[in-house]
Design a protein around this ligand. Structure first.
Ligand SMILES: Nc1ncnc2c1ncn2[C@@H]1O[C@H](COP(=O)(O)OP(=O)(O)OP(=O)(O)O)[C@@H](O)[C@H]1O
Ligand SMILES: [Mg+2]
Length: 239
C-alpha cells in the first residue's frame, strides 16, 4: 500500500496568527514499510498522521494512496477508504468507556455493514490475536493501559487494513506494556502491513526501519534507524 505525500501544507489560523503545522512535506512510503516519525512537540507529527490517514485535508499539496489522489474523493469515498485501508491507534486509546472489549472492536464492522454473527466471530479472533481472548466482556476501566491499547489495536485491525497509523501508541504506557505494544506492531510489519508510528522515544523508534524527523512542519531527516544503517551513517541525511 504505497502512500505518496507531495508538498503538503497545513495552515491553521489562531486569531490572526498563521501556524504552518505542515510546511511543504513530501514523503513516499512503500508497501510494507515500518516507519517512525519523531520531532519536538508542535513540529507537526500528529497533523501529518491525520492528513496521511485522511482524517484531515491539507491546505495545499496532494496525498496519493495506491496512486489514488485523495483530494479527488468525496466525503463518502474518503470514509470508505479509511474504513478499508487504514487502521488508527491513538495515544489515549480512544475506546468507548461503557462498551466491552468485544463491542469496541466490533464497532468498525457495524459501520461496514457486517452481520452480527460474523462481526462477533471476527472481533473475538482479533482480540485473541492480541492476547485478550479472556477479556471479551471487560470494559476499558477494568483493563490496564497496555490491555486497553491492545483492544485499540484489535479494533484498528478488524477490517484487515494494509496501513496502520499509530500516534504515540506507547506514550501513556509503562515500559513493559510499551514493549508488548511494539512487539505487536512489529509482528504486523512482519505480516506485510505498512506501519507508521509517532514517538518521542528513541528506543521505540529503533523497532522501526526508517526514521523521519520533523522540525517546524518540515522534514529535516529521513533515513534508516540506527540498527538499519549501512556504513554507520544515515542515508539521505538532509540537514
Ligand atoms: N486545530 C488546530 N488549530 C490550531 N492550531 C493547531 C491545531 N492543531 C494543531 N495546531 C498547531 O499545529 C502545530 C503542529 O501540531 P501537531 O499536533 O501536529 O504537533 P505534534 O508534533 O503532534 O506535537 P506533540 O508532540 O505535542 O503531539 C502546533 O503548533 C499546534 O499548536
Ligand atoms: Mg502529536
Amino acid at each position: 500500500m504505497a502512500i505518496e505525500a507531495r508538498n503538503l501544507y497545513k495552515t491553521y489560523y489562531l486569531e490572526d496568527v498563521e501556524i504552518n503545522a505542515l510546511n511543504g512535506v513530501s514523503l513516499t512510503i512503500e508497501d510494507g514499510e515500518f516507519v517512525s516519525i519523531m520531532g519536538q512537540s508542535g513540529s507537526g507529527k500528529s497533523t501529518l498522521m491525520h492528513v496521511i490517514g485522511c482524517l484531515d485535508t491539507p491546505t495545499a499539496g496532494s496525498l496519493l494512496i495506491d496512486g489514488q489522489d485523495t483530494l479527488d474523493l468525496s466525503e463518502n469515498e474518503l470514509a470508505d477508504l479509511r474504513l478499508q485501508k487504514i487502521g488508527f491507534v491513538f495515544q489515549a486509546f480512544n475506546l468507548i468507556p461503557r462498551a466491552s472489549s468485544l463491542k469496541n472492536v466490533e464497532l468498525p464492522l457495524i459501520y461496514a455493514g457486517v452481520k452480527t454473527i460474523e462481526r462477533r466471530e471476527r472481533a473475538i479472533a482479533a482480540l485473541e490475536a492480541v492476547g485478550l481472548g479472556d477479556r471479551l466482556s471487560s470494559r476499558p476501566s477494568q483493563l490496564s493501559g497496555g490491555q486497553q491499547q491492545r483492544v485499540a489495536i484489535a479494533r484498528a485491525l478488524i477490517n484487515n487494513p494494509g496501513i496502520i497509523l499509530a500516534d504515540e501508541p506507547t506514550g501513556e504506557l509503562d515500559s513493559k506494556s510499551g514493549t508488548e505494544i511494539m512487539e505487536i506492531l512489529s509482528s504486523l510489519h512482519d505480516q506485510g502491513k505498512t506501519v507508521i508510528l509517532v514517538t518521542h522515544e528513541a528506543e521505540v523508534a529503533e523497532y522501526t526501519k526508517r526514521l523521519v524527523r520533523l522540525f517546524d512542519g518540515k522534514i529535516v531527516e529521513d533515513g534508516p534507524t540506527t540498527k538499519n544503517m549501512t556504513g554507520g551513517k544515515r542515508k539521505n541525511e538532509l540537514t
